[in-house]
Design a protein around this ligand. Structure first.
Ligand SMILES: *[C@@H]1O[C@H](CO)[C@@H](O)[C@H](O)[C@H]1NC(C)=O
Ligand SMILES: *[C@@H]1O[C@H](CO)[C@@H](O)[C@H](O)[C@H]1NC(C)=O
Length: 264
């Protein structure tokens, strides 16, 4: 009795699977999809998942140009991207390409081979702040942000810390160039040190005279000062195009992902 019902279950499964495989066409090539896209498809509809992955690509490549807020249909996508493994993995790939390039640089004995790092979402990750503030879906609140900076509690981006230490070991002079303001110098250097960063050659912040100057111009001017001082800027790492573009640009620029905010 038991074996007979088992056989009939088996037959049903066989017939069922036969019907399935003849009724559905398998795609010839299965393109990889992000986990965020898959999760989004399940809970928010396929169209949002695909649209938001495309929007993200357009934002990272700067095809989107300036933007002030994440499209509202992409809040879930950005949250998932930032908190699942994908963000960390994307940053690690950037760090690995950076290191591969750095190891091709012929270092001169004059100590003038330089690398520039941005701070927020580059050396440090402000994930704890953005978990509490909607991953860029809320309008930026400067006083709230300043309170967070003063805590000096942002963790290191693990792949950036590894890259930083490797570059230091190779003899690069490291300059930290940030849009944070001069009055945040103590908190910023304290945070960097607590996160494990030491031995930079310079920490450059926005001074009073830089007020109102676009980020691209401010950062270019400061790179200019370095290259006029004889530094060869081989690499520059930042999550914003305004960290990387303009004049006195590095030989190679490395763009870290950031779908949460755009600084023009
Ligand atoms: C980055 O490089 C390290 C060291 O070579 C390697 O273990 C790791 O798998 C690489 N990461 C990625 C995402 O390729
Ligand atoms: C910004 O944040 C501060 C404190 O963190 C709060 O008091 C203020 O209401 C916020 N402003 C807006 C416009 O949300």
């Amino acid at each position: 009795m038991a074996s007979r019902s088992l056989i009939s279950v088996f037959l049903v499964l066989l017939i069922g699977s036969g019907i399935n495989s003849s009724a559905t066409l398998e795609p010839i090539i299965r393109l990889p999809t992000t986990r965020a896209t898959e999760a989004d498809s399940r809970s928010h509809g396929d169209e949002d998942g695909i649209y938001c992955a495309s929007w993200h690509l357009a934002a990272e490549t700067n095809n989107a140009g300036g933007w002030t807020q994440i499209p509202s249909r992409c809040h879930f996508y950005v949250k998932y991207y930032m908190t699942a493994k994908r963000y960390e993995s994307d940053c690690e790939v950037v760090a690995n390409f950076s290191l591969a390039f750095a190891s091709t640089v012929e270092m001169a004995p004059d100590g003038k081979d330089a690398w520039i790092f941005d701070v927020d979402e580059t050396l440090l990750t402000n994930m704890p702040y953005y978990i509490d503030h909607g991953f860029g879906s809320e309008v930026f609140n400067e006083s709230c942000w300043d309170e967070w900076v003063a805590l000096a509690k942002a963790p290191a981006m693990p792949s950036s810390l590894k890259l930083y230490n490797a570059l230091k070991q190779m003899g690069f002079k490291i300059f930290v160039l940030t849009g944070r303001r001069e009055h945040q110098r103590q908190d910023t250097s304290k945070n960097l040190e607590l996160a494990g960063y030491t031995g930079w050659e310079g920490l450059i912040l926005r001074g009073a005279s830089d007020r109102g100057i676009p980020a691209t111009v401010y950062k270019s001017e400061r790179r200019s000062v370095l290259s006029n001082g004889g530094y060869r800027i081989h690499g520059s790492s930042g999550d914003q195009w305004s960290d990387l573009l303009g004049f006195a640009v590095a030989k190679r620029s490395f763009k870290l992902p950031n779908p949460m905010y755009y600084i023009g």
